[in-house]
Design a protein around this ligand. Structure first.
Ligand code: SAM
Length: 311
């Protein structure tokens, strides 16, 4: 059980009210509840909110932080669930790729604004026993959704050397090849099943090749986490659903932390603009302010793209 992990510092914390025009009665869809920072900002602005998260532990934590509002919590798989028309806050435990299906089943109204703040929260990264962090020594798991079957250990066992190179390269790991090679050799001797085993192998390869202050294992761990949780596939499946969830003039916002993800989002917005569905609010993504960075360096790579539904 994990103790005493500080609350996740939300990217663009405190800025959603202005960016979205949050106000009483505004219907806000938060697809990535996490520690509830964005949801709380919306609730405190008087919005009615539907929040999704795939991770039951994240949902429990968010409800302990947001004390002034009482959510109705729904299991996204529950075919018999229903919601009152005058709800204030609903939490749905589900992968966000099911958002259209679930919204239709629950007869949710169209929203004024939607946000997806991608990736894991600090809580998940730092939680004991979940295998996201290279600083501990625990099973290499990395699943956000405990019901999915494939862990990081499984991927390291089944991907061939070429596939490992491809995977690590997706996270811009410059030493993808030698790292894939040492993994392929090592697993012939013994399976790689702990975060420390993997981190030590990577450090052996990258010992004398530091990249600033980041830990040598950062990119490989990120690549594995993205693959285990099908993060790219999920974004690809989510993006085309978003306009259909909004009222006309509704806003869609995506926060990404990796250039590959931001490119998906940019391409989606460009394509939807060409089709006359949405219009980008900013040409360039919004980046954290100097003030935000002075509070948390964690969000330094965050990029927010906002677009308005125009039909
Ligand atoms: C970066 S955190 C969100 C932080 C939140 N905005 C806040 O202010 O505290 C992302 C959250 O999204 C959840 N998540 C990631 N992928 C998901 C998916 N495909 N479906 C639903 N939730 C997902 C994670 O479990 C995590 O709790």
């Amino acid at each position: 059980m994990t103790k005493n992990i500080d609350r996740h510092i939300s990217a663009f914390k405190g800025e959603l009210k202005k960016l979205y025009g949050l106000r009483p009665g505004y219907l806000f869809l938060d697809l990535t509840l996490g520690d509830g920072g964005h949801t709380e900002e919306a609730l405190k602005s008087g919005c009615r909110v539907v929040s999704f998260d795939v991770d039951g532990e994240a949902i429990k934590r968010a409800t302990t932080y947001i004390k002034d509002f009482q959510p109705i919590i729904i299991d996204g798989m529950d075919e018999n669930a229903w919601v009152p028309k005058d709800f204030v806050w609903i939490i749905i435990q589900s992968n966000f790729i099911k958002v259209t299906e679930i919204s239709e089943r629950l007869s949710l109204p169209d929203f004024d604004g939607v946000i997806a703040d991608l990736g894991p929260s600090q809580f998940q990264i730092l939680s004991e026993g979940r295998g996201f962090s290279f600083s501990g020594n625990e099973p290499l798991d990395m699943r956000l959704d405990q019901t999915i079957g494939v862990t990081a250990t499984d991927l390291l066992a089944v991907l061939n050397e070429g596939e490992l190179v491809e995977l690590f390269s997706m996270a811009d790991e410059p030493f993808a090849k030698p790292i894939a090679r040492i993994i392929a050799k090592q697993r012939q001797i013994a399976p790689i099943i702990t975060t420390k085993q993997l981190s030590d192998l990577i450090t052996r390869i990258k010992k004398f090749r530091t990249e600033g202050r980041i830990h040598p294992a950062t990119k490989v761990f990120m690549a594995l986490r993205m693959a285990v949780n099908l993060e790219r596939e999920n974004i690809r499946l989510l993006l085309p659903q978003l306009p259909g969830l909004l009222k006309k003039d509704g806003l869609v916002g995506i926060i990404s932390f990796h250039s590959g993800e931001d490119k998906f989002v940019k391409d989606f917005i460009d394509d939807s603009e060409t089709k006359g569905i949405i219009s980008a609010i900013n040409e360039k993504p919004i980046e954290p302010s100097i003030q935000e960075l002075s509070i948390s360096q964690r969000t330094r790579s965050a990029k927010l793209r906002l677009a308005k539904k125009i039909i």
